[in-house]
Design a binder for this molecule. Structure first.
Ligand SMILES: Nc1ncnc2c1ncn2[C@@H]1O[C@H](COP(=O)(O)OP(=O)(O)OP(=O)(O)O)[C@@H](O)[C@H]1O
Ligand SMILES: [Mg+2]
Length: 294
């Protein structure tokens, strides 16, 4: 999690609304059985924090712990059980942990909030360990609740793939920024992609049942237009901030280029949904032949 990225987002909304910049500060971080940390408690002030230590000391592990305070799989995209503390040399009373926890006290524009998340051991025999999220001591139904409190963006060396890989990786990165401002965005993306996959499977199977397609295309149209609108809003805010320039760097101008994105600039969202429904229905045969969603 980079404080710079967080303040860039706060800055973006500031540039649009003229309100005071929204800042987020981690005041306390506690870890249990998280990677190389058996127990850790870190108290922080409001100043930026720099982590210094030898290779393998656990600096990136700390950042990874912070990254779990936002929805998703964290900055290493690790399996949740990989994160459990494993002792260096296993002895009898030193068995690998089967759960881990990250707890943080944050100062946010809406006040102080306590967030806890981690992997909880199975409740009963044969059950599976599961990820839990607690906000101010109350268990949240899903990770989406985290998005209402924490907007986290990270830049790691592995992200250079953004420049090498295709547009879908770049959209995924943008969607993380968007979710920071629009917590419901992640749900729209998941619903859209799910319907898109189901439609592609029906086309691949040669199914021509219009009722199935109409239902799936309706889901795609509603969530597709909602997610395009959220992306447009985020990119507009970033654009407003980027135009102000940062130090000696050239000013950037940002815009979304895409079919639905273009419609939204000229028509109401409901009209864009109708148009997307119509175009999806009209492209079934072409998509079945091409094996893709045009
Ligand atoms: N599940 C785990 N249990 C215990 N230790 C772990 C676990 N996963 C990773 N580690 C240990 O964490 C250490 C790596 O920590 P981390 O990547 O945070 O180091 P770093 O301080 O960022 O180092 P560098 O300066 O090289 O980037 C390694 O020693 C590794 O053995
Ligand atoms: Mg590191």
């Amino acid at each position: 999690m980079t404080a710079g990225a967080i303040s860039a987002l706060a800055y973006a909304s500031d540039a649009v609304s003229g309100a005071a910049p929204a800042l987020l500060a981690v005041r306390q971080l506690r870890l249990s059985d998280f990677r190389n940390y058996r127990q850790l408690r870190l108290d922080c002030g409001l100043e930026p924090v720099v982590l210094v230590g030898a290779n393998g000391a656990g600096k990136t592990n700390l950042l990874e712990a912070l990254s779990f305070l936002a929805p998703g799989r964290g900055l290493r995209r690790a399996r949740l059980d990989e994160v459990c503390h494993r002792p260096r040399s296993a002895g009898n009373d030193d068995a690998p942990a089967t759960s881990w926890a990250v707890a943080a006290t944050l100062d946010t524009p809406d006040g102080r909030v306590a967030i806890g998340t981690g992997l909880e051991p199975a409740r009963n025999e044969g059950g599976l360990p599961r990820r839990v999220v607690r906000i101010d001591g109350r268990t949240a139904p899903s990770q989406t609740a985290l998005g209402r409190h924490v907007a986290a963006v990270w830049l790691t060396p592995q992200l250079d793939r953004l420049f090498l890989d295709g547009a879908s990786e770049r959209r995924r990165f943008l969607d993380r920024l968007v979710t920071a401002l629009h917590p419901e965005h992640a749900g729209d993306v998941a619903a859209y992609e799910n319907a898109l996959r189901q439609r592609a499977r029906l086309l691949g199977e040669g199914n021509r049942d219009p009722h199935w397609f109409t239902a799936l295309e309706d889901t795609m149209a509603r969530h597709g237009v909602a997610l395009a609108a959220a992306r447009a809003d985020t990119v507009q805010r970033l654009d407003a901030a980027a135009r102000l320039g940062v130090g000696p760097f050239p000013r950037a101008s940002l815009a979304m280029a895409g079919e639905v994105d273009g419609w939204l600039a000229t028509m109401a969202a409901l009209d864009a949904e109708d148009r997307l429904r119509g175009e999806l229905a009209a492209s079934r045969l072409r998509d079945a032949d091409a094996g893709t969603t045009s």
